[in-house]
Design a protein around this ligand. Structure first.
Ligand SMILES: NC(=O)c1ccc[n+]([C@@H]2O[C@H](COP(=O)([O-])OP(=O)(O)OC[C@H]3O[C@@H](n4cnc5c(N)ncnc54)[C@H](OP(=O)(O)O)[C@@H]3O)[C@@H](O)[C@H]2O)c1
Length: 269
């Protein structure tokens, strides 16, 4: 049995498993011998991934198609999670938008809070009770480098990711005495469907793209390698430098710089 399975098995719940970082988490956790519950809206994608996982690795993969912004999110997931011992929760589902706050539909802004903040809060409250009783487990919150700093054009998104970051850091302190490891994973630009959904054209990065972009594979490898050893994890040297700069500069200055940087990638300009 792998060390990860020993510490965080026998089941993991991965939200946002139909694409990007979440799909990569599901694969890498299953590879190490942990059964997975795959959560997202697109059932067909989840079923394809589940059958690939069961073909490749000797684990069970359940699909739990669900809209995590719905009011009754825990009740909807209960049939998939109610009868299993969950040792690892990966709160990965999330989306962003770009553009002036007032120009983006209020329901989209509200959904972002429901998906990026409310769903992880409810799932953590439901699932981590069992981990605390058993004295072992892990929770990963996928935050972002955006969580360290405000920015015009992504005001709400950055605020949701700051919530994930601070929630995770506080919980890590609370749960450490119970043997439950909590991580705030803070990736920078990662090659997924995220930018398309957020209306960001990362093609505008130009020849610097290979320097700026990190792969989902390397983000997940860093996360799983450091789980239990570090709480706040920023994958990639450039991202670490960026976070350090944001923390050292006066808040107003870093907000202005980060907003200017992001506005260069707004699609359609
Ligand atoms: N990519 C980056 O540059 C980057 C950087 C920093 C942080 N992040 C964070 O990383 C996390 C994963 O994003 P990603 O980059 O992997 O983006 P992605 O490829 O767009 O994946 C987003 C995932 O969230 C799921 N999702 C979206 N809305 C949902 C809903 N209402 N209910 C349930 N699931 C929903 C999507 O599945 P369905 O559409 O099938 O529901 C998909 O599986 C997010 O929290 C994001 O904020 C990304």
């Amino acid at each position: 049995m792998s060390k990860l399975a020993e510490r965080y098995g026998p089941w993991a719940v991965v939200t946002g498993a139909s694409a990007g970082i979440g799909a990569e988490f599901a694969l890498r956790v299953a590879e190490r011998g942990i059964n997975v519950v795959l959560v997202a809206r697109r059932r067909n994608r989840l079923e394809e991934l589940a059958s690939a996982i069961e073909d490749m690795y000797r684990v069970e993969a359940r699909v739990a198609p669900a809209d995590l912004t719905s009011r009754d999110v825990i009740e909807v997931l209960q049939p998939a999670i109610g009868d299993i011992e969950i040792g690892l929760l990966i709160n990965c589902a999330g989306f962003g938008s770009s553009g002036p706050f007032l120009d983006i539909d209020r329901s989209i802004q509200e959904s972002m809070i429901n998906l990026n903040c409310r769903a992880p809060l409810l799932l953590t409250h439901e699932i981590v009770q069992g981990m605390r009783e058993r004295g072992r487990g892990g929770v990963i919150f996928v935050s972002s480098v955006n969580g360290f700093c405000a920015a015009r054009g992504m005001a709400n998104y950055n605020a949701t990711k700051a919530y994930d970051l601070l929630f995770a850091e506080g919980l890590a302190e609370e749960l450490r005495p119970y043997g439950v490891d909590v991580q705030a994973l803070c990736p920078g630009a990662t090659m997924t469907e995220f930018h398309q959904v957020a209306g960001l054209d990362m093609g505008k990065v130009g020849p610097l793209a290979p320097l700026i972009y990190v792969s989902a594979a390397s983000v997940v490898a860093t996360s799983l390698r450091t789980l239990g050893r570090r709480v706040t994890v920023v994958p990639g040297v450039l991202n670490k430098l960026m976070v350090l700069t944001m923390r050292l500069a006066p808040r107003r200055v870093s907000t202005w710089i980060f907003g200017s940087l992001l506005s260069r990638f707004a699609a359609g300009d």
